[in-house]
Structures are given as structure tokens and as C-alpha cells.
Design a protein around this ligand. Structure first.
Ligand code: ADP
Ligand code: MG
Length: 327
């Protein structure tokens, strides 16, 4: 595909995250339906060209567990990334629509994500860096694929300058400043799986005997809070100057609850698939091994592919295509 913005017809807004927005589009010359991600980049032309070069690696990422890439182009002041459209959307949208996801499906999700991560790392030495339900996509053929992985170092840098991404799937070692490894992705997978199986973000309900977290109740959903963007911080600072009381506290309060959440992730025991006995013990054990706080003790995606629960998911005859047709 030689992609040009003029050839793409907008069909529908699919959603937006911190970095930009995603639209369903049609590539008119070939009648191909695509998802177009528009990322606002705060970078010099030379850096933007570098980003495009780096995104090129995505043409070589061919796996049934990875979203296909059609191409990327500059569209001032944005970079547009065109990828395979997944008609059932992301798993966060699905569980918010239909409720907690059947543990058999969650097992298939774990299998697909581990396969995708293993492919990215073994073949391309790419670490995903942003595993979360909104980056795990599903289609009516019953396929599960991951998207939005960190192919471009320059893109990561340029976005990091304008916003700080969702930190709530971040592993304890990352919060403490260690480098990303494939094991950080495994932590994020563990948190995501609990979220899908319970139908809510695992840190969103306070533990009754944990007074530290109780004031955070209701504030910890990754979709209702976020670390303020640079722009928001600047706007908050302006507001703070105009009004010395009231609204201005919101910005500060929000920052505090994120810091407290991050502290909680570092200092408290990891969340688990609970209540005990509700899910197969293999599932509980798998999630526990993803959420080992010590990254040296945590396994890699490749090792976890041998876990009993994953082998069961692989052998399972659960029909994802039929499941997809129920919503
Ligand atoms: P985030 O992943 O943080 O939600 P994004 O900007 O990456 O933010 O994506 C916004 C939304 O667009 C996602 O939540 C997802 O539901 C939807 N989306 C992204 N990529 C695709 C795609 N290839 N096919 C269908 N929907 C997509
Ligand atoms: Mg995304």
C-alpha cells in the first residue's frame, strides 16, 4: 500500500487514548477497511522522519497474534499509522459492554498475548511496553491480537514528552525506575487478566483492612484517572493562579492518588484472582506467577507458554467465533 491521507475516507471514530485518536477508515483505491491512528507528535521534522523509518519494522511483524500494519505517513502535525481493523474492538470495551469475561476466553487471551510477546521478542527483540486490555483487540473471526507495541524508540520519546501514559499496569520494578524487560510485560498481562475475569480494574476497589487505599476508592480506574498531560499541568497551573481555592485542588489531588497507587503497587502484595476457588486453580496460579513482584523470580512469556493453564487454553475447543457472535 502506498498510503496517502487523501485516499482514506473516515467512517467512524473508534476511540482515543492519551497519544491520539483512532478512526475506522476506508482506503478508497483498494476498498480496504483500516484503523487509522493519529498521533500528535511534538518533534522536529528530522525526528519525525526517524520515527517513520523506525515504524517500518512493523512491516516485518507477521504473526496471527499481532495486528497487521499497512503503513504510516506524516500528516502535519501528526503521524498516521494505518493498521488492521478489528471489528469487535478492544477487550476493555468488550467487558464494559458485556461484563466479566468467561475464564475460558481469558485463558485464550493469555495464550494469544504470550504468543504475540514471544514472537515480538524472539524474532524482532521488541518489548511491547504497553500491555493492557485496550491494546488487545478481538474480531468476529474469533482472533485475538495485540497492538501498540514499542517499535519506535523515537516515537516513545516524542509521546513521553507530551503525556505520561497509563501507569497503572506498570510493574513494581518499572515504577522504581528499572529498565523495561519482557518480564514487565508479563506483570501488565497479569493485571489485565484479572481485570477481564473480574470485569473491573483490580486496584479499583479498596481492600477493607487497607486504610491506605480507602480514600482512593473509585478513583483508580485507568480510564477515569491519568497522570495529567504537560498541557493539562500547564492549564492546571494557570487555573491555580486564577483561583487559589476549590477546583485547583483537583489537579493536585489526582496526582496524589496516582502516586499513592504507584506506592501501593510497589509496597503491597500483588492482586490475585479472587475469591479463591471461583476460578480454576491453574488460572489462579498463572496470574500469581505473572504478578511475582521480584522480576528475577517472574518468568518470561516464552516460559509461561508452558504453564498448565496455557496448555489447557491451547487444547480447549471453546469456540471464540461463536462467542464473538453473542455481542
Ligand atoms: P488506548 O489504547 O489507550 O485506549 P488508543 O488511541 O491506542 O488508546 O486507542 C483508542 C481505542 O481505539 C482503543 O481503546 C480501541 O478500542 C480502538 N482501537 C485501536 N486500534 C484499533 C484497531 N486496530 N481496530 C479496532 N479498534 C481499535
Ligand atoms: Mg492503544
Amino acid at each position: 500500500y502506498d498510503l496517502r491521507n487523501e485516499d482514506l475516507k473516515d467512517l467512524m471514530e473508534l476511540g482515543h487514548g492519551n497519544g491520539g485518536s483512532v478512526k475506522k477508515v476506508e482506503h478508497i483505491p483498494t476498498k480496504t477497511i483500516m484503523a487509522k491512528k493519529i498521533v500528535l507528535i511534538d518533534a522536529k521534522p528530522s525526528v519525525r522522519k526517524q520515527i517513520l523509518r523506525e515504524l517500518h519494522i512493523m512491516h516485518d511483524c507477521n504473526s496471527p497474534y499481532i495486528i497487521s500494519f499497512y503503513g504510516a505517513f506524516l500528516c502535519d502535525p501528526n503521524i498516521c499509522i494505518c493498521m488492521e481493523y478489528m471489528d469487535k474492538g478492544s477487550l476493555d470495551g468488550i467487558y464494559k459492554r458485556i461484563g466479566a469475561i468467561d475464564i475460558d476466553v481469558v485463558g485464550k487471551v493469555a495464550l494469544a498475548v504470550l504468543e504475540g510477546l514471544t514472537y515480538l521478542y524472539d524474532v524482532h527483540r521488541i518489548i511491547h511496553r504497553d500491555i493492557k486490555p485496550s491494546n488487545i483487540l478481538f474480531n468476529s473471526q474469533g482472533q485475538i491480537k495485540i497492538c501498540d507495541f514499542g517499535v519506535s524508540g523515537e516515537l516513545i520519546n516524542s509521546i513521553a514528552d507530551t503525556f505520561v501514559g497509563t501507569s497503572t499496569y506498570m510493574s513494581p520494578e518499572r515504577i522504581q525506575g528499572a529498565h523495561y524487560t519482557v518480564k514487565s510485560d508479563v506483570w501488565s498481562l497479569g493485571i489485565s487478566l484479572i481485570e477481564l475475569a473480574l470485569g473491573r480494574f483490580p486496584f479499583s476497589e479498596s481492600d477493607p483492612d487497607d486504610s491506605d487505599l480507602s480514600d482512593l476508592e473509585g478513583t483508580l480506574s485507568p480510564n477515569t484517572i491519568g497522570i495529567p498531560t504537560k498541557k493539562e499541568r500547564e492549564q492546571n497551573a494557570k487555573k491555580d493562579k486564577r483561583k487559589s481555592k476549590g477546583v485547583s485542588l483537583q489537579g493536585g489531588g489526582m496526582m496524589m492518588s496516582i502516586l499513592e497507587l504507584l506506592q501501593h503497587i510497589v509496597n503491597e502484595p500483588a492482586p490475585r484472582l479472587t475469591p479463591e476457588g471461583r476460578f480454576p486453580w491453574e488460572a489462579e496460579d498463572f496470574v500469581d506467577s505473572c504478578l511475582l513482584k521480584d522480576p528475577d523470580a517472574r518468568k518470561t512469556p516464552k516460559d509461561l507458554l508452558k504453564h498448565a493453564w496455557i496448555e489447557q487454553a491451547r487444547a480447549s475447543t471453546f469456540d471464540l467465533e461463536a462467542w464473538a457472535s453473542t455481542f
